[in-house]
Structure formats: structure tokens, C-alpha cells
Design a binder for this molecule. Structure first.
Ligand SMILES: [Zn+2]
Length: 275
């Protein structure tokens, strides 16, 4: 767990499980000779990843930005995705019952698995904010999206969701904006702290190595929308000197975006204030 202190909020970057996905699918049209220099693949061509949700202490209570992969996966699933389970609340400053609101970028298993037990029991008392489009698409997946949604765990959310469309302030100082791209209903989460902006990027920017504009994933359902969405948000991230939290770096990461001398977007690491 890593700690980032704002003026009025404190952000705890949690560890909610490690896993691995096919490197080619993670880097889309980027040739392996390029991406394998950034993240080397294992003998099955998978690259090491992890899930790092944020637990945010605000003046009015605790907000959880995603929950990550979580625990209780079966052996076959663990083998396929090389899962190493971690309990994100093992060393967290409060327990699950203390959380007042949960905000999900989308509902793929590596982002929401921890919300539910394997037999479909919801582990929290707080409502889950998600885009209405994502909620619908998760329940009517198609051939290309089906493997990313785990029905047993989604069932736990029924009756516990707060659906939103587009943009909105979901908690004082915490905003969501639909980006599309990865899924139709994918959203990012912006946390405004007086003069500072923190952003949980979701799969708009899955790891620090995905920051160049064309480095969009083969997993993205709408890659062109992702590219255009990135162009809009990257400008804002740079203008506001936002501190960006990526969800899937193997080692938890936070950084500021800049454009290098070749015109490529990159991230400069921002170290935590404590751990
Ligand atoms: Zn993801």
C-alpha cells in the first residue's frame, strides 16, 4: 500500500492481486519488438500485471475507486491468468464496512472481482457507481466481450448499483466522465483536491508503458474512439499537471504526463508520500 497526501484528502493505493495477460493483446498494433523491450513476456507470451484500486479518505468519508481482481478464483482461472491473489484491505486503514461509495471504471473481472465472493455475495455496504451503458453491456455481452465479464460476481451487484450516464459529480470533489473506447461505458475518475487533480485512468491508460497515443490495447472494443478520447484527456492531464494512477502496472505507479522531444506522450513517476 502506498499513500499520497492531498490538502484535504488522502489516497491509499492498494494491491488487489497480480495476474498476467497476453502481451500482444495488451499492445494492439504495436509490434512485439517494441513492447517486449518495455515489459518482457513469459514463455506463454503473457506480461506481468496487477490491480491497484484507490481508497480515498475525504472529509465526508471513505470512497473506493474500484476494487481490483480480488480473491477466491478457481484453479483453472488462476492458471490461465497466472493469478496471485492479494487482499487489498489486508493493511488498509479501514475495513470494507467503512466505505461509503464505490466507483467502477467498468465491470471487467480484473476491475470488479473483489466486490463479490465467488458464490456471488456482495462484500460491501456502499453503492457502486457505474455507467448505465456498462451495466447493460455487462449483462448482454457478445462474442468478443464475454470472457471479460464474470456472471457469478456481477450478480452480487444487483440492487447495489447507482447508474450514471455521461459525466457527473458522484461525491463531493469526485467526478466521473465516460470515455468509451475500452468498452462503450468505460469511465475515468477525477479527484479534485483544492489546487490539485488526481485521476484514476482505468483502461484509458492501463500501465505506464501505454502512454504513447497509438499504444491502445487489442482488448479495446472501440480502438478509434479510445484514440480520440486519449487526445482530449491527455491535453487536460498535461494542462492540469494531474497525478495519474494507472490500474495495471505490476509495481503500483503514479505519474505526471509530458511530451518528450520526439513528441511522444510519457509519464514521469510521482513518488508516494508514504507507505
Ligand atoms: Zn483492465
Amino acid at each position: 500500500m502506498r499513500i499520497f497526501r492531498g490538502r484535504r484528502i488522502t489516497i491509499y493505493q492498494l494491491d488487489s492481486g497480480k495476474f498476467a495477460l497476453d502481451g500482444g493483446a495488451m499492445f494492439g498494433v504495436v509490434p512485439k519488438v517494441l513492447w517486449s523491450r518495455l515489459i518482457p513476456a513469459d514463455e506463454q507470451n503473457r506480461i506481468p500485471m496487477a490491480t491497484h484500486p484507490l481508497l480515498v479518505k475525504t472529509e465526508r468519508g471513505w470512497v473506493l475507486i474500484e476494487s481490483g481482481l480480488g480473491t477466491g478464483w478457481d484453479e483453472k482461472f488462476k492458471r490461465i491468468y497466472d493469478v496471485h491473489e492479494e487482499d487489498p484491505f489486508a493493511d488498509a486503514p479501514v475495513g470494507r464496512d467503512e466505505v461509503s461509495l464505490i466507483v467502477q471504471t467498468h465491470l471487467h473481472f480484473d476491475h470488479m472481482g473483489e466486490l463479490a465472493t465467488p458464490d456471488g455475495r456482495f462484500r460491501y455496504r456502499a453503492p457502486v457507481v457505474v455507467q448505465a451503458m456498462e451495466w447493460a453491456d455487462a449483462h448482454f455481452p457478445h462474442e468478443r466481450s464475454r470472457a471479460s465479464y464474470v456472471r457469478e460476481r456481477l450478480r452480487a451487484l444487483e440492487g447495489n448499483v447507482r447508474l450514471i450516464s455521461g459525466s457527473g459529480e458522484v461525491w463531493p470533489g469526485i467526478y466521473v466522465h465516460r470515455t468509451g473506447g475500452h468498452t462503450r461505458g468505460h469511465q475515468i475518475v477525477l479527484i479534485r483536491d483544492t489546487d490539485r487533480l488526481f485521476v484514476f485512468t482505468g483502461d484509458l491508460l492501463p500501465t505506464r508503458h501505454h502512454s504513447p497515443l497509438p499504444y491502445v490495447m487489442g482488448y479495446d472494443l472501440y480502438p478509434e474512439e479510445m484514440l480520440f478520447s486519449r487526445k482530449y484527456w491527455y491535453d487536460l492531464f498535461i494542462r492540469e499537471e494531474a497525478i495519474l494512477f494507472t490500474p495495471h502496472d505490476r509495481e503500483a505507479f503514479a505519474g505526471r504526463m509530458y511530451v518528450d522531444e520526439k513528441g511522444k506522450h510519457r509519464l514521469m513517476e510521482v513518488p508516494p508520500d508514504g507507505d
